[in-house]
Write a protein that binds this ligand. Structure first.
Ligand code: PGA
Length: 248
């Protein structure tokens, strides 16, 4: 059985003080939850503060991006070892905003994921189609291409989480229907099975992301291949994120 995993992607929100306050609140609501994994991904500047607040909590810490080189003259970048040093267990890679605004490609997503795994982090690798791709029936071929490129060099059993995030559903309030999401998740799992075998495909957690809210979490989670959520906007408030984690 795959344990549900709910990750909050805070994007470019929260000062250190705001981040501390949110995490204090989340701990009061979520520290007792044992049947789900919970991850928060603050901006880099708040990682250390949040790590301090999370001491003794089952809530895990994640970064929002990582560079693949170990160290060097790469102004503005953060290495996997630095994320580990800051207390991270997870890191998001290949988010559609990175692909769209920062020139991320399947190749760079792959390098980031590989660097994360090598450093002992669990990469949360994001895939998903744009509206135009969905409307031209290219959803599955786009996902296939992102999986083929993103998972080069990966071997079964290495730590990995996949997030299916249809770009048209991110921050738009338009959630994929549970059936649309299930279709994509099932496709991703089958495609993963072809590459890495059935056991690895049955074990890998596939999260849905794109306007996840307390109101739609339960119906998404009722789908057999949806194993959790990658939550943006609704992860910025204690109440909505706690409700999402505690879906029933
Ligand atoms: P959203 O973002 O929940 O605000 O749609 C999801 C994401 O970008 O991971």
């Amino acid at each position: 059985m795959r344990k549900p995993l709910i990750a909050g992607n805070w994007k470019m929100y929260k000062t250190t003080a705001d981040a501390r306050a949110l995490v204090k609140g989340l701990r009061s609501q979520l520290d007792a939850v044992v049947d789900r994994e919970v991850v928060v991904c603050p901006p880099f500047t708040a990682l250390a503060a949040v790590a301090g607040e999370l001491r003794g909590s089952p809530i895990a810490l994640g970064g929002q991006n990582v560079y693949w080189e170990k160290q060097g003259a790469f102004t503005g970048e953060i290495s996997a070892a630095m994320l580990v040093d800051a207390g991270c267990r997870y890191v998001i890679v290949g988010h559609s905003e990175r692909r769209q605004f920062f020139g991320e490609t399947d190749e760079t997503v792959n390098k980031r994921a590989q660097a994360a795994i090598a450093a002992g982090l669990v990469p949360i690798v994001c895939v998903g189609e744009t509206l135009q791709e969905r409307e031209t029936n290219a959803t599955f071929s786009v996902i296939d291409q992102q999986l083929a490129g993103g998972f080069r060099g990966y071997s079964a059993g290495q730590p990995l989480v996949i997030a299916y995030e249809p770009v048209w559903a991110i921050g738009t309030g338009k959630t994929a229907t549970p059936a649309q999401a299930q279709d994509a998740h099932s496709y991703i799992r089958q495609s993963f099975a072809k590459r890495f075998g059935d056991a690895a495909a049955q074990a890998v957690q596939i999260l849905y992301g794109g306007s996840v809210k307390p109101e739609n979490m339960s119906s998404l989670m009722a789908q057999p291949d949806i194993d959790g959520g990658l939550v943006g906007g609704a992860s910025l408030e204690m109440e909505s994120f706690s409700k999402i984690v505690r879906y029933s």
